[in-house]
Ligand binder design. Structure first.
Ligand code: HEC
Length: 175
């Protein structure tokens, strides 16, 4: 009888512990992703002030700088998509079904994925807004398009419409 009780108590407390881990991971991930996105938006704004062509260069140079800024030995931040501009942002294999799901169902909520003990991913969906169209839309100015193709010969991240799912900002925690 006692044994059973102990086992039940143990497994209950273990369950609670993982739920709390996930919750605290999610909270921290949200903060980090917000910092990352704010910094990205600031860069984009600064670049766009000098025109779209310049904006492309800003994204290109500074995204990696921002990613290292928010990185420590346990955390990593990045972006990915089902239609990539930069191959370096390629999704991990397990992310493909998530990309598919968000693309089809246009889910607004973020997902937390547990890959192992103390190994979590946070996926925040990005949807195309007006400001994105100049570089990811259906009608991209020839000068901008040329700049993009020069920097990203394998670019697939054009042809998006307003409100389309564009990809994820992700945060990874691994101990
Ligand atoms: C001034 C041009 C420009 C604008 C405007 C722009 N992007 Fe991008 N976007 C880029 C470039 C350049 C890259 C490649 C960055 C890199 O090298 O990692 C990129 C990459 C991305 C990626 C990473 C995945 C990939 O395809 O490599 C996502 C996600 C993304 N953009 C979403 C957006 C969203 C959402 C908006 C609107 C809020 C937006 N972009 C606005 C130029 C732009």
């Amino acid at each position: 009888m006692y044994k059973v009780l102990i086992i039940i108590t143990l497994s209950l407390s273990m369950k609670i512990a993982t739920a709390e881990d996930e919750l605290s991971f999610k909270k921290q991930a949200e903060i980090k992703v917000n910092i990352f996105m704010k910094a990205l938006k600031k860069e984009l704004k600064a670049g766009l002030k000098k025109g779209l062509v310049n904006g492309v260069e800003h994204c290109n140079v500074n995204v990696s700088k921002i990613s290292t800024m928010t990185k420590d030995d346990k955390w990593k931040i990045g972006r990915t998509s089902h239609k990539l501009r930069n191959q370096k942002n390629s999704p991990e294999k397990w992310m493909l079904s998530y990309l598919d799901d968000y693309k089809k169902n246009k889910k607004k909520d973020s997902s937390v994925v547990k890959l192992g003990k103390n190994h979590f991913f946070y996926l925040k969906p990005l949807y195309v807004g007006g400001v994105c169209l100049g570089c990811h839309g259906k009608k991209i100015a020839p000068k901008v398009s040329k700049k993009i193709k020069d920097l990203y010969p394998e670019d697939q991240a054009e042809g998006f419409g307003l409100g389309d799912f564009r990809g994820f900002v992700w945060a990874e925690y691994k101990e």
